[in-house]
Ligand binder design. Sequence first.
Ligand code: BDR
Ligand code: CA
Length: 313
Amino acid sequence: KRPIIIDCDPGVDDALAIILALKSSELDLKAVCTVSGNGDIDNTTQNGLKILALCGREDIPLYRGSARALDDKQPDTVPAFGDDGLGGYAYTIETEKEEEEKNAVDFLVETATEHPGEITLFAIGPCTNIAKAIRKDPEFPKKIKQLIIMGGAKYTGNMSPVAEYNFWADPLAAKEVLNAGFQDAVMIGLDVTNKIALGADVRELLRIFNTKLSNFLYNVTRVGLDDNWNSRRKPVAPMHDVLTVAYFIDPTILTLKKANIDVLTDGIGRGQSIVDINGHWNDGRCNAWYAAEVDVNKFYKLLLTTIFEEKKE
Ligand code: BDR
Ligand code: CA
């Protein structure tokens, strides 16, 4: 099994990424780390514990990370996942599970050092914990096998015309992470994650499965659907983060291009990722892969068969 760590800010779509990772027989989720983003750090940490409990995996450790962005500001949350981050359904999951004592940043540095070249790290919230890990241990990027980021975009934004939420919430962290020298970094941004948003029609199909997880997903996506309908007249619920795990399970879901990616940290473009796929910068040297296209049908087939074809509980 391939060892992974998910650094996240659950969040409905973060929750779904964790669920997909746990349902895949190929992946070994070593730990979940939390960061402030979709909710404050107490909220995202509680939600992380709840999702592990929902999946019956209280054995997996959870490490609390950064409460604030690198500039010490608390990022605003987004309305798409409700006040509790789980579409109003967090209260339905009860657990005695507790977070670990160690901080997420210390855990990341220690684990990468103990297992150099083995871990694939998912960054599906603001990049704060990972930037702090790099500041603590500049060799950290070299010890990570692959870094898969949900963040940024080449052509669009969801917090401003040009900025995606995770990069907007901590742009300095995103910039430092992308320029830190990871041997294999993949940026999966809004250009592709917007395309896998859950349509109202496919959402109704979830009822057919009628399992604990399909009913949970049906319920928690209602707020996102309403939010997108009310604000943009689009009947879809966001699912951004889950595409990172789906890609890891089946890389043919995405078409990647070698790129040099940087992030604006200030001004009108704050949080914007600039994606150079034409070698304008750094003599054409690249720092990441950019996800340019997604095979939406392949994604849904993988998602639905991996998560929902379970025995009725
Ligand atoms: C990203 O922002 C968060 O709200 C989601 O969980 C996702 O990680 C999308 O812009
Ligand atoms: Ca997230």
